[in-house]
Design a protein around this ligand. Structure first.
Ligand SMILES: Cc1cc2nc3c(=O)[nH]c(=O)nc-3n(C[C@H](O)[C@H](O)[C@H](O)COP(=O)(O)OP(=O)(O)OC[C@H]3O[C@@H](n4cnc5c(N)ncnc54)[C@H](O)[C@@H]3O)c2cc1C
Length: 336
């Protein structure tokens, strides 16, 4: 099998930042899911059972019995998700060609990540070394991020602070400055060896899953949680489904539609509710987290529950007006 990557190695598009492999949307544990795909989970990961959310007036701890997410490293370090998966692939005979791409019509699967024309979201931050204890804090207010959240993550002395924007990208630096200032104030964190990172994100709420004969997976298909921009699990899952459909000669488009349609529709409703709640300083979201049954509610919010189904037409109209590109068909991978 031949793989072509335009970068010099796997993970080069990331900056050693920490990302959460979410474990809240399904009953099945995400690491078990990866193992069921025969992936070795020998990359660095840290399960998080507690995450703090604040609008700076009110702070709420979300505490879960099973890991809420597994923190992983993205980038080119030897224990990053990207490098460990690359090593596994090469050990199994995959021939990876770096600094190289091929035309769309020669590819069986396209997994090229976000398409950089008119991204829907942008994340920017810093990584650092710190003595601070392991921690996950998200700030949801209008000064540290735009229609999203800012986050501080620390695991085993490695940390990052970032802001996520769904609008107003030109002011990213100011949001990041404000995020850093606020996290320093509320956690008293100190750190050294800071390095910048940043990248954009894409969503497509009506993906076609195909470009000519090539199967689109992951963010190249726009497969990403529209509320919070979590895309690793859907990227891995869709990659597995696409490869399997080729081996078994089944219809990937049909399989992917069945697998991801409700998830994407739930994302429309969640983003609609989140943006409405922004006007009320995310009070609804924070009081939701306080409920003892919030982990179950969270799971149902990622599975297009009956309330979301009712709200969907309203949410759809709102999103159509606000993010018209996202509701279009998958943007073609014009940069190939
Ligand atoms: C700042 C930030 C924070 C994030 N945090 C989280 C998080 O906490 N949890 C989460 O689940 N998701 C998070 N995401 C989203 C997540 O990183 C992506 O959704 C996920 O990596 C998408 O996987 P992918 O395989 O589709 O694409 P990628 O991981 O981007 O991989 C695409 C690969 O294709 C290569 N490539 C690109 N163009 C070409 C080309 N033309 N030809 C050949 N090769 C090409 C690239 O070099 C790269 O190796 C975050 C994203 C950002 C930017």
């Amino acid at each position: 099998m031949q793989v072509f990557d335009i970068n010099k190695t796997s993970g080069a598009r990331f900056g050693e930042d920490l990302q959460g492999l979410e474990n809240w949307s399904d009953k099945e544990d995400t690491l078990d899911l990866l193992q069921s795909f025969r992936l070795e989970t020998s990359f660095y990961f840290k399960p998080f059972f507690k995450s703090t959310f604040t609008n700076t007036s009110k702070s709420v701890d979300l505490i879960t019995k099973v890991p809420l997410f597994y923190l992983v490293k993205r980038g080119i370090s030897s224990n990053s998700l990207d490098q460990v998966l690359l090593n596994q692939a090469e050990k199994n005979g995959v021939n990876v060609h770096f600094d190289k791409t091929i035309p769309v019509n020669e590819a069986d699967i396209i997994a090229t990540g976000p398409f950089n024309k008119k991204p829907a979201a942008f994340g920017q931050g810093i990584t650092f070394k710190t003595n601070h204890k392991d921690i996950s804090v998200s700030i949801i207010n209008n000064s540290t991020s735009c229609l999203a959240y800012a986050y501080l993550l620390v695991a085993d002395g490695h940390g990052c602070i970032a802001t996520v924007l769904f609008d107003d990208f030109t002011n990213a630096k100011n949001y990041l400055k404000e995020s850093i200032k606020t996290f320093e104030k509320i956690t008293r964190i100190t750190y050294e060896n800071t390095r910048p990172f940043g990248s954009f994100g894409n969503f497509s709420l009506q993906p076609e899953y195909k470009d000519g004969d090539a199967l689109l997976v992951g963010e190249a298909a726009g497969l990403q949680d529209f509320l919070a921009g979590f895309g690793m699990k859907t990227a891995i899952k869709s990659g597995y489904l696409a490869a399997r459909s080729i081996i078994e000669n089944t219809d990937y488009q049909e399989i992917a539609k069945r697998e991801f349609s409700d998830y994407l529709k739930a994302g429309i409703v969640n983003r609609y509710l989140f943006e409405k709640d922004a006007k009320h300083h995310h009070k609804l979201f924070l009081s939701g987290i306080e409920r003892p049954d919030f982990p179950e509610i969270l799971q149902s919010l990622y599975n297009f529950n009956k309330y979301q189904r009712r709200l969907y037409p309203l949410a759809y109209r709102y999103i159509k007006k606000k993010y018209p590109k996202v509701l279009g068909k998958t943007a073609k991978t014009v940069h190939l």
